[in-house]
Ligand binder design. Structure first.
Ligand code: NAD
Length: 364
């Protein structure tokens, strides 16, 4: 598919190809939709197998950011950037600063942040050339690690799902299995521990499991076929694609609510596979939006209490997604996509009406 056909299919507004041979920079900035606000999304530095693969990735990821921001009630659009090449081989101060200049040239239509292959130090270089950067460390006046806020949002989404299913959101005594005890998974376990949930966990790292066992009294589960363990709630907090045609038939849980991005290998088909099995799935891009809410709060001058308070929106939004899914006879994932699209359309219509009104007032 040509770049324009891809843009048309996915609904992108603008794609910027950035090139500077002198510093070895090849980057793509994709702006999917700016109806709700500036397009925000991280910059990924990755050794893509081809330029086509990089383009498809940046288009797919930026579109995902539009939906995440819209369904979370944020005034942000969706954007993403990729720098093509092996960061270990080509990363340099000059390359990163040149990328920063390209971001600056967009005048704030795109705001960048850290993603895979990009470190805090790299963000400092980008920040030297542009103010359109967020997700900075605390020592640079930024919001720091977003993971505790992400985990809090996942916890609230999980409570909303449990409420939908049982009529109560109390998780005391409820069996929850967390896959991945990284930055988000461990913070989620902390929230669950405070509420006296019965916590099972799995991780490839024995050290992380031991730490969680000592600190939160979790029950360790083997990383093989963890998804078939009988529990009330599964919380995938490691990697994407784990809900698919092979794993879904083996699930023995009532709810899925976790932080991992793109949990459904095939968004549509797998969301209905789960619904057909009577498993309530809390859409990942909604309940893991705490990280995005955190950097959005940074744009206004950061306050962690304000970021956490804003994250509480996820509870109501998740309940709304479930009732919309029920009313429309669609999966929760599809309902969340529809609600995001409807919000964008409504604000777009509002903008058009307001500018028409202003025009007629100025003519009068
Ligand atoms: P992390 O790298 O800190 O932790 C991931 C953990 O998962 C590690 O402990 C790793 O050992 C474990 N893991 C990896 N593969 C595994 C497997 N097959 N089985 C068991 N354990 C495995 O990452 P994180 O920041 O905690 O993020 C977790 C997930 O949440 C990722 O998918 C990330 O994209 C998503 N997410 C994170 C944030 C955030 O604020 N950090 C925001 C939104 C989404």
């Amino acid at each position: 598919m040509s770049p324009f056909s891809l843009m048309q299919t996915l609904g992108h507004q603008q794609v910027v190809f950035c090139h500077d041979e002198a510093v070895g920079l090849k980057a793509i900035i994709a702006i999917h939709d700016t109806t709700l606000g500036p397009a925000l999304g991280g910059v990924r530095f990755w050794a893509y197998a081809s330029e086509e693969e990089a383009l498809v990735d940046v288009l797919r990821l930026s579109r995902g950011m539009t939906y995440k921001a819209a369904v979370s009630g944020l005034n942000l659009g969706g954007g993403k950037a990729v720098i093509i090449g092996n960061p270990l081989q080509i990363k340099s101060e000059a390359l990163l600063r040149r990328f920063g200049q390209f971001v600056e040239s967009l005048g704030g239509r795109y705001i960048t942040a850290e993603d895979m292959g990009v470190s805090v130090r790299d963000m400092e270089y980008i920040r030297m050339e542009t103010a359109y950067v967020t997700g900075l460390p605390e020592e640079m006046g930024g919001s720091g690690d977003p993971s505790p806020v992400t985990a809090y949002g996942v916890y609230l989404g999980m409570k909303a799902a449990w409420k939908k299913l049982t009529g109560t959101d109390a998780l005391k005594g409820v069996k929850v299995l967390v896959q991945g005890l990284g930055k988000v998974g461990m913070a989620l376990v902390e929230n669950l521990h405070k509420e006296s949930a019965v916590i099972y966990a799995t991780d490839l790292s024995a050290a992380q499991l031991e730490r969680a066992q000592a600190q939160y009294n979790i029950h360790p589960v083997s990383p093989d076929a963890w998804y078939a363990h009988p529990v009330d709630i599964l919380a995938p907090c490691a990697r994407g694609g784990i809900l698919n045609q092979d794993t879904i038939p083996h699930l023995r849980c009532a709810v899925i609510a976790g932080s991992a991005n793109n949990q459904l290998a095939d968004e549509k088909a797998d969301s209905y596979r789960l619904a057909d099995r009577g498993i309530l799935y809390a859409p990942d891009f909604l309940i893991n939006a705490g990280g995005l809410i955190n950097v959005y709060t940074e744009l206004e001058g950061y306050s962690r209490p304000r970021a956490l308070a804003r994250t509480e929106y996820i509870y109501e939004a998740t309940l709304r997604v479930f009732s919309t899914a029920e009313q429309r006879g669609v999966s929760p994932h599809e309902a969340a996509m529809q609600l995001a699209e409807e919000r964008i359309r409504a604000i777009s219509t509002l903008r058009t009406r307001t500018s028409q009104l202003n025009l007629s007032l100025s003519i009068a």
